[in-house]
Design a protein around this ligand. Structure first.
Ligand code: NAD
Length: 559
């Protein structure tokens, strides 16, 4: 029924399907009011449903009407999560049909609020919850997940949820939301998804003092004890779900880089905060190069912030320059960083770990504006979480040095953005090429409307996930994110470019995800990282994996 790929949770005989009340309440198999007359007779559903048979279109309409009547976004979120637990097919139909409206609910920003208030809005447990108390039993517990063909795992320890910090067990909302996007945007069958939280304690005093908190009320474990726990998790996954990709999500800085380094060459994994962000930002830079008719080697990039996002982008820029033939020592001199203490230069205090790679010899300054005057960057990228730090003077300085200054204000949420779209365009006399992490409305200057680009990671991670799923990739090297960045930037149409857009419009995101996934799939085969046989026609093969939320006709199943 689904072409070449065997989707999970497919029942091949009627006798494998629950009946009556159990079927009606089964989230994977239920059709709710859309069970047909024949099915109602066959599957003992008579009397359990209203007499009129609905269509999935009618159900979707009813659901979206319901959502629009809710007065807060958190109530909309609760409605959606409850629907997902009740009728998965309808949940995905609704999400796919109303992506632009529902993405900000199911994912950032509303999901952040849901994580913060998890202990109050809790209905039913979501995803798989491991805790440090389960040490030694991860393998056994992973097998308790009801779906057996797991191919993508999003895992967090809840320590750095979006810009909101340590939300402990409430962090599970993020893997759940991201997994929904893997399915809604890239078409990965929901049966392949497994969202996980590992509860290692919390250092959030609000949660530690909250009687209703559902997680461990203990300080977070650190050091060897922490590393051993994560190591047990990683290898337990390899045994129980050997084809699964692990996406590390919202780990704090002190663990995110170490975990990625420890596992990226050994298993199929990536970190979206570091690598997904890098890919989408570099795609924006590639699109800006087309606009300025320049080469990457012509540019000097100054970052405000030197954390997961900024250094991840820096590393991918270095990879892109190396791809063009530049040696690494020279490539990294194209990237400079200002962190909370000032310009990252050799000999300065507090430059260890992931920053050391980018420490160059140069004059120290604590001030961004002075750094701009000293270094004369052509591209300025903010990933500092410091709202308003690209002041009028900063933008004007960039515009004084450059004909078309490239300015990305990536910090989320909107209030943390280094500047707004209006400020970037306005203060540069309409010359800036601008992208941001949060969405901004179009800006009209001198009669010309500019559409700011939103560097949303959702363009990248579902597509990379789909490619990893179909190829059963053994590893996801950093280069994968360069391939994805090239693919994304090439998918911007001439029409979109003429409107000043650096990214395809969000309305095209499913088609865009497919083409990025195709480019990554081809790359993984080329690199011999795929663990399945290469198909003659990767494009049509890839299409057979795409999940479409449709109800099956149960009367056609053999008895
Ligand atoms: P992080 O905590 O790893 O890094 C933050 C960095 O900012 C640190 O290096 C810190 O030293 C620096 N910083 C703090 N205050 C500063 C100041 N006053 N001046 C200069 N630097 C300062 O966080 P992260 O994961 O790198 O995320 C940073 C921001 O990027 C967040 O706001 C996040 O929302 C955003 N982000 C956006 C996207 C996207 O647009 N697609 C993706 C990921 C992260």
């Amino acid at each position: 029924m689904y072409g070449m790929h065997q989707f999970p949770d497919q029942v091949s005989r009627l006798s494998d399907l629950p009946t009556g009340y159990d079927l009606l309440h089964h989230p994977w198999f239920s059709k709710g009011t859309a069970f047909t007359e024949e099915e109602r007779d066959l599957l003992n559903l008579r009397g359990l449903l209203p007499p009129i048979v609905s269509t999935i279109e009618g159900q979707t309409q009813r659901a979206i009407n319901n959502i629009r009547k809710k007065s807060t976004n958190l109530e909309k979120y609760i409605f959606l999560v409850t629907l997902q637990e009740r009728n998965e097919t309808l949940f995905y139909r609704l999400l796919m049909d109303h992506l632009e409206e529902l993405m900000p609910i199911i994912y950032t920003p509303t999901v952040g609020q849901a994580c913060s208030e998890y202990l109050h809005i809790f209905r039913r447990p979501m995803g798989l919850q491991l805790s440090k108390r389960d040490k030694g039993r991860f393998k056994q517990i992973l097998q308790n997940w009801p779906r057996k063909d797991v191919r993508v795992i999003v895992v967090t320890d809840g320590e750095r949820i979006l810009g909101l910090g340590d939300l402990g067990l409430g962090g599970i909302g993020i893997p759940v939301g991201k997994m929904a996007l893997y399915t809604a945007l890239a078409g990965i069958h929901p049966g392949h998804n497994l969202p996980i939280i590992i509860d290692v304690g919390t250092n959030n005093p609000r949660l530690l003092n909250e009687p209703l908190y559902l997680g461990l009320k203990e300080e977070r474990i650190r050091g060897q004890e922490y590393d051993d726990l994560i190591d047990e998790f990683v290898w337990a996954v390899q045994e129980v779900y050997p084809k699964a990709l692990i996406q590390f999500e919202d780990f704090a800085n002190l663990n995110a880089f170490r975990l990625l380094e420890a596992y990226e060459d050994r298993i199929s994994c990536f970190n979206d905060d570091i690598q997904g962000t890098a890919s989408v930002a570099v795609a924006g830079v590639f699109a800006a190069l087309k606009e300025t008719r320049t080469r990457l080697a012509d540019h000097r990039i100054l970052f405000l912030g030197a954390g997961e996002a900024a250094t991840g982008i820096g590393h991918l820029i270095v990879d892109a320059l190396k791809e063009d033939g530049m040696p690494e020592p020279e490539a990294k001199t194209h990237c400079w960083f200002v962190d909370s203490k000032g310009l990252v230069v050799t000999g300065r205090e507090g430059i260890g770990g992931h920053k050391a790679f980018f420490a160059h010899t140069g004059e120290f300054t604590a001030d961004l504006l002075t750094a701009i005057r000293l270094l004369k960057p052509t591209i300025l990228i903010g990933a500092s979480g410091q709202g308003g730090s690209f002041t009028r003077e900063v933008i004007e300085a960039m515009a004084a040095i450059n004909d078309r200054p490239v300015i990305f204000a990536l910090s989320n949420p909107t209030s943390h953005a280094e500047c707004t779209a209006e400020q970037a365009y306005g203060w540069s006399g309409g010359r800036a090429i601008f992208a941001s992490g949060s969405p901004f409305d179009p800006v009209t200057i001198d009669g010309k409307t500019r559409y700011p680009g939103q560097g949303n990671n959702a363009y990248i991670f579902p597509a990379v996930g789909l490619a990893a799923v179909v190829t059963a990739a053994s590893r996801i090297p950093n280069e994968t994110f360069l391939i994805a960045a090239h693919a994304l930037s090439e998918l911007v149409t001439d029409q979109e470019r003429s409107e000043g857009r650096l990214y395809p419009t969000l309305t095209r995101i499913r088609e865009v995800s497919f083409h990025i996934a195709l480019a990554v799939t081809r790359f993984l085969f080329r690199k011999r990282l795929a663990r399945v046989k290469e198909p003659a026609d990767p494009e049509s093969w890839l299409r057979t994996f795409i999940y479409e939320p449709r109800y099956p006709d149960y009367t056609r199943l053999p008895r």
